[in-house]
Write a protein that binds this ligand. Structure first.
Ligand SMILES: *[C@@H]1O[C@H](CO)[C@@H](O)[C@H](O)[C@H]1NC(C)=O
Ligand SMILES: *[C@@H]1O[C@H](CO)[C@@H](O)[C@H](O)[C@H]1NC(C)=O
Length: 478
């Protein structure tokens, strides 16, 4: 008893100085005697906030550790996390002597003590994490309360740059009822410490990585009074690899294939059916991958714009192929190229896409009667003789028949043949016009080349954008 005296003296002085109402006294250093003292002096006061006067606020220290990022749901705009929440406060009129009672700290049931009503403003669902019934009580009256929390909190998720998005979710801790004059919430550890500890214990290794945590005290001022709060900002970054591999790269492949299909001759039917197959494939791809895409809210994600633009380009290139096939197949029935198209397409656009304007040639290739050597009698066709045509068509005329003795029937047949040829030339000229076919074909080629250029620009720009956003996103990584 003698050697305990100085400590007791110090204690009594301490009590007198600070006006402690009661220091607990234990009859022996055993749990039984300590709990008997609790039953007598502490537990009956659990209905009261443990302060000496109403005017002094209770300081509540709040600290969190992020143990798991379970889910980020764009549709319900929610974040599900697993937290360790530590709350600490002091019971003002409580103390006991470590030697006298045999321990410095003891765990007591939480329901036996006054517990602050600290809650998280962003909670969405009832907390169904396991309940822990105990808190630690120190001999200085300090209470240490540590609880695991599975928290579903709402968070404004911005998915504009999906899948390269970074989310900033806040968790606000504060008393629900008590004003700032009764309960003051203060920050436990610094954000660096929280981040370090969280990285040490973070068990989930899913789609999201914890990038940063920042802490700031804040005050919520309402009409009734102001509330003391502490706000944690949790910065999360999505791991984009899954989406890059499953969405962006296949999409880019399909576009590249569509791009290279421009190398097929436009008038071959293969090209349009090839493009049609690609569009079909792309649609099926989008339907399958739709589950991976976030549900857009107010803003449309950039990736949806990318898909829509890709599909639009594919459809445009198919339409263009159809038009060009049409132009090249049936341009004979068209009248001459209108002047504005001639100027716009053949002069300016052709220069833009580096297709030099071809010299117009009036060569028409038709088979002709190789035996006819006489110029046709008809006035409009006299300048195109069968002989010229036959030279144009590249047919080598067979050796001229030997002059035969005058045969009136043969002579008559030749004349008839000449007349027929003249009629046919007239008809051909009527249908072809003079030079519409090559001109229309040229228009088709220019538009084809133009869309090809657009396509290349789009593909290059989107590739560069994706890579830039990716690199920018990576620079935020820790
Ligand atoms: C609460 O903390 C403030 C400073 O943060 C301090 O001045 C005050 O004494 C503390 N109150 C109690 C009851 O410890
Ligand atoms: C997160 O959002 C809060 C406000 O909503 C802002 O103060 C904070 O700077 C943001 N943090 C980051 C890293 O953007």
């Amino acid at each position: 008893m003698k050697d305990v005296m100085p400590t007791e003296l110090v204690f009594i002085c301490f009590m007198l100085l600070h006006g402690f109402v009661a220091a607990l006294t234990c009859t022996s250093p055993t749990p039984e005697s300590l709990f008997a003292a609790f039953e007598k002096n502490l537990f009956p006061k659990k209905l009261l906030r443990p302060v000496k006067s109403f005017s002094s606020p209770t300081n509540i220290t709040v600290g969190i550790t992020v143990v798991g990022i379970l889910e980020v749901d764009e549709k319900s705009q929610s974040l599900t996390t697993l937290l360790w929440r530590v709350i600490e406060w002091d019971i003002e009129d409580l103390s006991w002597d470590e030697e006298e009672c045999g321990t410095k700290l003891v765990s007591v049931p939480r329901e036996k003590l006054w517990v602050p009503d600290v809650h998280i403003s962003e909670f969405m669902e009832e907390d169904n994490s396991p309940k822990t019934p105990f808190v630690y009580l120190y001999n200085t009256g300090h209470v240490y309360d540590d609880q695991p929390i599975r928290l579903v909190s709402f968070c404004r998720l911005v998915i504009y740059t999906f899948p390269f998005d970074i989310q900033n979710c806040s968790l606000t801790f504060g008393s629900y009822l008590h004003f700032g004059t009764d309960i003051r919430v203060i920050q436990g550890s610094t954000s660096e410490e929280i981040l370090k500890e969280s990285h040490g214990v973070l068990e989930t290794d899913g789609e999201w990585t914890l990038v940063d945590i920042s802490v700031a005290p804040s005050t919520l001022a309402l009409d009734e009074g102001s509330y003391s709060q502490i706000v944690y900002h949790i910065i999360l970054r999505r791991r984009p690899l899954l989406y890059v591999v499953n969405l962006l790269i296949p999409s880019c492949f399909l576009i590249t294939v569509d791009l290279f299909s421009f190398l097929l001759p436009p008038d071959s039917v293969d090209r349009s059916s090839f493009k049609m197959t690609l569009i079909l494939g792309y649609s099926v791809f989008l339907i399958i991958m739709n589950d991976l895409l976030p549900v857009p809210g107010q803003t449309t994600p950039l990736i949806n714009v990318f898909f829509a633009t890709s599909l639009a380009l594919m459809v445009a290139s198919l339409l263009e192929t159809v038009c060009i096939t049409n132009i090249q197949y049936s341009s004979r029935q068209y009248s001459a190229v209108p002047h504005w198209i001639d100027v716009l397409v053949l002069r300016y656009l052709a220069a833009v896409v580096c297709l030099p304007r071809k010299k117009n040639s009036n060569q028409t290739t038709f088979f002709s009667n190789p035996y006819n050597t006489e110029p046709a009698q008809n006035s409009s066709t006299t300048n195109i003789s069968a002989f010229h045509l036959q030279r144009v068509s590249g047919d080598t005329p067979p050796a001229k028949p030997q002059p035969t003795p005058l045969n009136p029937a043969l002579e008559e047949l030749r004349k008839l043949s000449g007349n027929l040829l003249a009629i046919r030339l007239q008809m051909d000229k009527h249908f072809t016009g003079s030079n519409t076919v090559p001109q229309w074909q040229m228009v088709g080629a220019v538009i084809d080349r133009l869309l090809f250029g657009f396509y290349i620009v789009f593909v290059v720009v989107s590739f560069i954008t994706i890579i830039c956003i990716w690199i920018l996103n990576d620079s935020h990584a820790v």
